[in-house]
Write a protein that binds this ligand. Sequence first.
Ligand code: UGA
Length: 469
Amino acid sequence: DRTSRPRLTVIGTGYLGATHAVCMAELGFEVLAVDVDQSKIERLSAGEIPFFEPDLADLLRANLATGRLRFTTSFEEIAAFGDVHFVCVGTPQQAGGNGADLSHLNAAIGRLAPLLTRPCLVVGKSTVPAGTAAGIAQTLARLAPANHTNGAAAGTNGAAAGSNGAAAALGGVQLAWNPEFLREGFAVADTLRPDRLVFGVASPAAEGALRAAFAPVIAQGVPVIVTDYATAELVKTAANSFLATKISFINAMAEVCEAVDADVLTLAEALSHDVRIGGNFLRPGVGFGGGCLPKDIRAFQARADELGVGVALRFLGEIDKINNRRRDRVVELLAAALDGTLAHRRLLVLGAAFKPNSDDVRDSPALAVADLLARTGAQVTVVDPVATHNARRALPTVAYSDRVEDSVVTGADAVVLLTEWRQFAELDPARLGPLMRRRVVIDARHALDGDRWRQAGWVYLAPGRPTGV
Ligand code: UGA
């Protein structure tokens, strides 16, 4: 029903946009998604997801088949179609600095705004520095034709047959900010049933239009926090900063554990039973990576500096440093286990993705360590079940394999586990041992059964744990 169900568009079909478009169609909406990259649009239209994400391809194909979900490269088409436009373009780290690069966002708004001739809601989902939405709202006010027709005319058009009730109530083009909290690897579940929805709005009509666009999600009892633009923007950067802080906290404890031969895994477990602390995001290892946490804490610090409150976030610089020290620590542990030198050693690195169930290698701790190892002069082969394609482009100086074949194990001096894929935990140390030149394993994600590897004759080492455990 057009009067209660808005038509949705999604601008940008990367990780966030493709997932959002597919899931909103799955929830029953008509969705049209646009991207400037023609090849992406062709692949999505053919039912193919251009990245690895469990369950998403099946849902894509099912919703293409119903006709509810379509893709285009035409901004004219989405402007004519949509009542609610979700902007899902990337905001990566600036090439020469720590701040966020808003060029894709500004380009998308600049292209869309002049085409918006009837009342609609533009919804920003990208992660942005606080204050960005207010600027975009001004751009829309200036450039969107629907904001320049006189009120009565806009109202009449809006109420015309076939238009959406919630959109018509907007009177013109309005902006909302609706940060996204989905995790890679769980993108579908996190989108269909998020922990919370955050609506940054400047009017009750905008809140109404967003509620209509999320009606099936809200009906499941998902909490909705309605607030202003700046608070909505901050919720996202604060959440990612908190998560990064939790990970670096436990990794800092790992550093201290190493100094007194204590066990960070037992420490973390004991902490986790305190419900005020909780056990999530308390897994020590080689630290956080990916396209979000690292760049978000840096951009947050950069924005706070601009706002004159940089001192409040100075600790985030420490969080970043603790995180990077974990990468160096793996190299140190390995060098110590191989008599102090890595040059010419043959090393088998398990993992390239920044975490399991993803082919994303952006700021991947695994690839960063592989790079450090290669720079010592070691001969490195990286194994990852899905990420070698992306990894090859990001780090061309090492060898790759999609599986732990005998040929990549044969003659190796050490195995270093850096991404906790399930298939690595299932490796049989007794079978691999005889293929190795030396039996040394560094379990940087605490994913292996140390006792089992030791019993099979391996030197098993894990950061933050006593060497004899
Ligand atoms: C993260 C947030 O968890 C999402 O809520 C957010 O929406 C997303 O960023 C984003 O801003 O788009 P994601 O990057 O997919 O999601 O991955 P996480 O599951 O958060 O993992 C981040 C990194 O931390 C990974 O490298 C992971 O290995 C590491 N990690 C995570 C740990 O080292 N220890 C832990 O206990 C948890």
